[in-house]
Structures are given as structure tokens and as C-alpha cells.
Design a protein around this ligand. Structure first.
Ligand code: 6PG
Length: 468
């Protein structure tokens, strides 16, 4: 039972996530103390404190009342707000205390902050949490990074607060340093792909098939079964069915402009730095950026020629379902390739099957594909590429014809499908005997003497490329 004010667990930040984790921890028998510097957040908390005790206005009061060694969960806005809180916590805490930052911090910031706090003997864990406010209340997915001993201190708490897949908590220490926040960043990059793929299907169902919102919701419901079942597919149906108080569909009021807080972009930036091809993650980030270019869209729409989306006779629903599933698999493959490269570059020894296990329940990516991904990595921890793992390759083989048709029909109708199309380009790129890169190599040597490698002997060469 909760004992109110003092606490085994301190929670800093009472936004929806912090509030719900505090309630869940209290429900599960932890004594919880909470703090938020903002009066509005404290006022919202007091309306629902439910036996936990009032929120401390001063961080110092929370720290003083906690059992030692202390365990503090930090759930504040990523960026400077997190940095400022950690500075203040660093000055107040004692050696041996542990802070877990559950925000979407950049992994390099986390590592710099870990070093700073370590100077005072305070351990900072960078823990990715996924599942939104609902997950925080009922069971989320936790991606841990940092010192194993410090992790051992918070693991029982986080495991209690986590969702379970086959009875096992979706909560794991995945690596040292910023590894946990890195994994969360890649999770979000894949999340962008899933959302983009679903929005491409929605657009085509609407513009080419001419389905009503209710019919589309029914289609997404039908796709939300078997191997295609996922939280985001189900959410899509729910969103399409939601009505405003006046009875009109709520989606009809939503501006065609998707925002982003940056984790998807960071994943792509990291991939560029490490040289890992993640074009579908990049397209999903760029598609959101394009959606926000209102002025350019308005002006270009008047000037650029193209077909008016027309109804096609044949039913595109099946091909679109194939395209969504195939693109989702490619999103996972690109995300895991990035994790593998980062693990090697930063010597994290990431356990890739464990990442897939942690994503099986509680998180935004949860769905029936995760056991497939986990199985593929268990069978071969280093497949040439996840899409070439036998089970995944077989799933793609069965869907590639429909996937191609969906991309081709959308292109003919003048509808953009950057995620479907870029994933297909990677699929074909991996299976192609030739990529045309021989020509690029030759061009580089011809204009810049950059040298090229030959396919018939080792070494690098320069040639005179004058036909005469
Ligand atoms: C989660 C989500 C969450 C993320 C939002 C918004 O796993 O619960 O990934 O952490 O912050 O989805 O992200 P964007 O604003 O970048 O879309």
C-alpha cells in the first residue's frame, strides 16, 4: 500500500506520463513521492492524487523525504528541461542514488549527462519508455541503457510497471551508456514508417477506391488480424470512426499536416552518420516535413500537371494490405540494421532479439510482426538483412506482387506513396544482380580521378575515359 508523502520512488514531472506511472506504481504497492515545478501540473495532480500524497513544489523536499539510496524517475520534456532537472538533481542527490530519465533524450546528451552525474557518484540510466499515457497507467515497454548495477536497483520497479508478453516483462537493460535511448529513437523511426504506410493506404482507399470513412475503418479492422495485427492498425480504425460532439467525423476537421518532435529525424541523422541505408525511415520523416510546407503545396498544386485521382475498376484493397505489411517489415529491417551498426560502432553489444521481445507488448509498435522479428534474430543473430531471414522473405514473397500493384496504381493515379515505394526500392535493391553502381564508379573516376575497383582483379584503378 502507498504510504503517502515519503517514498521508495520519486517521480519528477507530472505530465500525463509521470502522473500515470505514479498512479500505477502506487497501485502496485510502491510508496511514491512526486514533484513538479509547475503549479498547473501540481493542481491537476491534486485533483487525482488518490492516496499518493500532494506533489512537492520543491525538488529538494522530494529528495529529502525519500528512502536512501534513492530511485528517481524523471519524466519531463526532453532537451534543456531534462538537462536542467538533472543538474539540480545532481546537486541534491547522494552517491549511490539512481535517476532514470524516461524522456526521449538524444543518446549523446544522455551519455554526457551520465558522465557529469557519475562525477558525484550518482547513476543516470537512459530509459526509453513507449506506450503513451495508457501504457504508463497499465503497462509500458521499457528500453534500458546504462550501468548494470544501477539497473539492478530500478529493474524490479520498472518490470512491475511494464507490459508482459508471454508472461515476461517488456523491460530490459539493452546496453550501456545511451543504448536505451538509442533503441527508443529507432523505435520511433520505425513508428514513423508504420504511420506513414497506414496513411498511404488511407489516402489510396479514400482517393482511388472512394471508400467512406466507415468503410475504411472496416478495412483497417479487417487488416488488424493475423500477422498484420498491430496496435497502430487498430488505432487507425478507431481514429476514422471517432466523431466530434456535433456528430461529424473528427478526422474531417484535422489539418493535413503532421508534426514531429524529432526522434524520427535523429534516427535518420544517425543512419546517415553510420552509413546505414534507411530510406523508408527518411521518407517517413520527409513526408511529414512536406506536409507542413503549406505555402509551397498551395502554389505548386496550381502549377504542376498530373492525373486527377480516378477510380480504378479492380479492387486495390488487397494490394494495399500487402503494401502496408511489406513496408512495415522493411521498416523493421531498416531499424534493426541501424541498431546493429550502432551496436558495433559504439560497442554496445545490443541483444537484438531482446529488443524485439521488449517491443512485443506495451509499446506503440506492438503487434503480430514482433514475434516474427524476434524469431528471425533468434534463429540467426546476424542475418544479411532482416528481410532476407527465411520467414520474413517468405512473407514478402507472398506479398510482393500486390505491393508492386499498389505502388504502380498509386503512381498512375498521381498519389504519393513514398514509404511503399522506397521500401520496394530497397527490396529490389537487395535482390538485384546489378544496381548500376558500376556507372557511378566510372563517372567518378572519369571526372575526378577518384579511382574505381574492378570486378576481375583486386586493387583500385584510374583510367583514361576518352572513347578514342
Ligand atoms: C511512444 C511514442 C512517443 C512519441 C510520440 C510523438 O513510443 O510512446 O513514440 O514517445 O513521443 O509518438 O512522437 P512525434 O512527435 O515525433 O511524432
Amino acid at each position: 500500500m502507498s504510504t503517502g508523502w515519503g517514498g521508495q520512488v520519486g517521480i519528477v514531472g507530472l505530465g500525463a506520463m509521470g502522473r500515470n506511472l505514479a498512479h500505477q506504481a502506487a497501485d502496485r504497492g510502491y510508496s511514491v513521492a512526486v514533484h513538479d515545478p509547475w503549479p498547473q501540473a501540481r493542481a491537476a495532480w491534486s485533483a487525482s492524487e488518490d492516496g499518493v500524497g500532494p506533489a512537492h513544489a520543491e525538488l529538494q523536499d522530494l529528495v529529502l523525504r525519500m528512502d536512501r539510496p534513492r530511485t528517481v524517475l524523471l519524466l519531463v520534456q526532453a532537451g534543456t528541461v531534462t538537462g536542467d532537472h538533472l543538474e539540480r538533481l545532481g546537486a541534491l542527490l547522494d552517491p549511490g542514488d539512481v535517476v532514470a530519465d524516461l524522456g526521449n533524450a538524444h543518446f549523446r546528451d544522455t551519455e554526457a549527462r551520465q558522465r557529469r552525474l557519475a562525477e558525484r557518484g550518482v547513476h543516470l540510466l537512459g530509459v526509453g519508455i513507449s506506450g503513451g499515457a495508457e501504457g504508463a497507467r497499465t503497462g509500458a515497454s521499457f528500453m534500458g541503457g546504462g550501468d548494470p548495477e544501477a539497473w539492478g536497483r530500478v529493474a524490479p520497479l520498472l518490470e512491475t510497471l511494464s507490459a508482459r508478453a508471454d508472461g515476461r516483462p517488456c523491460c530490459r537493460l539493452l546496453g550501456p551508456g545511451g543504448a536505451g535511448h538509442y533503441v527508443k529513437m529507432v523505435h520511433n523511426g520505425i513508428e514513423y514508417v508504420e504511420m506513414q504506410a497506414l496513411s498511404e493506404a488511407y489516402l489510396a482507399l479514400r482517393e482511388i477506391r472512394g471508400l467512406s470513412l466507415e468503410e475504411m475503418a472496416g478495412t483497417f479492422d479487417a487488416w488488424n488480424g493475423g500477422v498484420g495485427a498491430s496496435y497502430l492498425v487498430g488505432l487507425t480504425a478507431r481514429v476514422l470512426r471517432t466523431r466530434a460532439p456535433d456528430g461529424e467525423a473528427l478526422i474531417a476537421r484535422v489539418l493535413d499536416d503532421a508534426g514531429q518532435k524529432g526522434t524520427g529525424r535523429w534516427a535518420v541523422e544517425s543512419a546517415l552518420e553510420l552509413g546505414v541505408p534507411v530510406p523508408t525511415l527518411a521518407e517517413a520523416v520527409f513526408a511529414r516535413a512536406l506536409s507542413g510546407r503549406w505555402d509551397a503545396r498551395r502554389r505548386a498544386a496550381r502549377l504542376l500537371e498530373g492525373p486527377a485521382p480516378s477510380r480504378v475498376e479492380a479492387d486495390l484493397t488487397g494490394p494495399l494490405e500487402d503494401a502496408v505489411l511489406a513496408t512495415r517489415l522493411c521498416g523493421f529491417a531498416q531499424g534493426f540494421a541501424l541498431l546493429e551498426a550502432a551496436s558495433e560502432a559504439y560497442r554496445w553489444r545490443l541483444d537484438l532479439p531482446a529488443v524485439a521481445e521488449v517491443w512485443r507488448a506495451g509499446c506503440i509498435l506492438r503487434g503480430a510482426l514482433l514475434p516474427v522479428v524476434a524469431r528471425a534474430f533468434r534463429a540467426d543473430p546476424r542475418p544479411p538483412d532482416l528481410i532476407a531471414a527465411p520467414e520474413v522473405a517468405a512473407m514478402l514473397a507472398g506479398r510482393q506482387a500486390g505491393w508492386r500493384r499498389a505502388v504502380a496504381q498509386a503512381a498512375e493515379a498521381g498519389l504519393p506513396t513514398p514509404a511503399f515505394a522506397s521500401a520496394l526500392a530497397v527490396y529490389d535493391g537487395l535482390r538485384a544482380r546489378r544496381l548500376g553502381a558500376d556507372l557511378i564508379s566510372a563517372q567518378r573516376d572519369a571526372f575526378g580521378a577518384h579511382r574505381f575497383r574492378r570486378n576481375d582483379r583486386p586493387g583500385t584503378f584510374h583510367a583514361d575515359w576518352s572513347p578514342s
